[in-house]
Ligand binder design. Structure first.
Ligand SMILES: [Zn+2]
Length: 220
């Protein structure tokens, strides 16, 4: 009998901790664009570069070879104006001009919990959605309550079962979230315009997780 442990994705729905939305769409639009001075340290710049490389690599694996370096990412000690946000895409005439990031979210270079991306990965992916794809916020959930969600282990019969009921449909959620590594490719695919159906088959396409309707599982 396969050994499995039941885990939760406690962070997907529960830990929406960083508000990033000022207006409904989430894009910060300014009439006269005042570009803040970039205060990035060498380490912070490296974190940004590494995270961009990570997102570009996943995006390129999905057949989207565009670079996400044409719009500057500026680090400041202050949060973006008018908000409790930690990051914002500033646009003018519908064109992304710069991404401002509060250095608080750049403190954690590594994964902050085992099996999840850094907070900054999701924040940067979210702002890329605003700045490069003109995406607005999307708080939809994908209901997976009817499914048994399992991560098979490579080279063994072991598997990990996740006790989750719903998954954020997009990294464009109006509250920032923590992204499990097993879903990072899905979120990149969704932000760049693939996975537009935002349903269980889309999750299945871009994740190593398996989704089996309960009641259809083979008897052990
Ligand atoms: Zn936003």
């Amino acid at each position: 009998m396969p050994l499995f442990s039941r885990l939760l994705f406690p962070l997907l729905a529960a830990l929406c901790v960083f508000s990033c939305a000022k207006d409904k769409g989430g894009n910060a639009k300014v009439s006269s664009l005042v570009v803040p001075t970039d205060e990035a340290t060498e380490l912070e710049r490296r974190i940004i570069d590494d995270t961009l490389t990570d997102i570009e690599k996943l995006s390129s694996e999905l057949g989207h070879s565009k670079s996400f370096r044409s719009i500057p990412v500026l680090v400041t000690s202050e949060r973006p104006e008018d908000s409790g946000r930690f990051a914002a895409c500033y646009s003018e005439d519908g064109q992304g001009k710069f991404i401002q990031v509060n250095r608080q979210v750049l403190r954690k270079e590594k994964e902050i919990f085992m099996g999840t991306t850094s907070t900054f990965f999701q924040i940067l992916l979210h702002e890329i959605g605003h700045c490069y794809f003109g995406r607005k916020h999307l708080d939809d959930q994908i209901d997976v309550s009817a499914y048994r969600v399992v991560l098979p282990h490579e080279h063994s019969e072991k598997e990990t079962e996740f006790g989750i009921h719903s998954v954020n449909a997009s990294a464009m959620h109006s509250k920032n979230m923590i992204v499990p590594n097993v879903l990072k490719k899905y979120y990149v695919a969704e932000v760049i315009g693939l996975a537009a159906s935002r349903d269980v088959p889309a999750l299945q396409s871009y994740s190593p997780l398996t989704f089996t309707l309960r009641g259809l599982e083979p008897n052990p």
